[in-house]
Design a protein. Structure first.
Length: 250
């Protein structure tokens, strides 16, 4: 597959010359200024026919080009090995939070949000309808995008989930809702920020059970120590009483 058009798109977002791109050129979140711009880059690449199943697995241009080659299976295996190492080192916790901030101007400007590939790739139809109805759609889109990034940061199992599958709704009080998470979104004229928190009830119950067992075990030890102390004091008093009686008798 011809990679020249892809290089032109990538060069635009990396702010370098297309001719400077080789297999070692880094093109992941460490090279693109924000995750929102990274998603815009992959949307632009998809618009040119370069559609990836797992953009998160791409580190450099070599990874990108190999994903369209005959050796795609090898690339997938390499990606699995790389991500498995990361995921198995993560520490499980019953509560986790993610936070993200995005610049509103990084949101692509368009006259047709519903048919723009960036918005189709990153937002559900319901989310697009919700944001378009707002006074400043780009602010609302930036807020939702930040919330999705925060969800991924709070729960890494969403890393390979397409953003248009992470559908954030709103209740009657306009509070953002996503099952299993507590979400808060705020934005100003220039920036949008979101926090997502998740509580694993199974892990929380397990943690609470262990803590209660530890407390009970600790209390039982204290009780046994108290009984032993009382017993020792009682024996001491009996011994003293016997000695006093024995002394008086003689």
């Amino acid at each position: 597959m011809d990679m020249q058009k892809a290089k032109l798109v990538i060069a635009h977002f990396l702010k370098i010359e297309a001719g400077d791109i080789d297999n070692s050129t880094v093109m992941n979140h460490t090279a693109v200024p924000s995750s929102l711009l990274l998603h815009r880059m992959y949307a632009a690449l998809a618009d040119e026919g370069y559609i990836l199943e797992d953009p998160a697995a791409i580190v450099n241009f070599g990874d990108f080009s190999r994903s369209f080659s005959a050796n795609v299976d090898d690339f997938i295996l390499e990606s699995i090995d790389r991500t498995t190492t990361i995921e198995t080192n993560e520490v499980n916790s019953f509560i986790s939070s993610g936070i993200d901030i995005e610049e509103v101007l990084s949101i692509e400007n368009t006259d047709d949000y519903a048919n723009n590939i960036f918005y189709q790739e990153n937002f559900s139809k319901e989310e697009i309808q919700y944001c378009v109805a707002k006074a400043d759609p780009r602010q609302s889109f930036a807020g939702l995008f930040s919330a999705k990034e925060a969800i991924v940061k709070a729960d890494s199992t969403f890393k390979k989930t397409k953003f248009n599958q992470i559908n954030i709704t709103h209740n009657v009080f306009n509070k953002p809702i996503f099952e299993g998470f507590s979400i808060s979104i705020s934005h100003s004229k220039n920036y949008a920020v979101a926090i997502a928190s998740k509580v694993d009830l199974v892990e929380l119950r397990s943690f609470m059970t262990k803590e209660i067992q530890q407390v009970l075990k600790s209390e039982r030890k204290k009780q046994l120590k108290l009984v032993a102390l009382i017993t020792a004091l009682s024996l001491s008093l009996i011994t003293i009483s016997f000695l006093v009686f024995f002394y008086d008798f003689y």
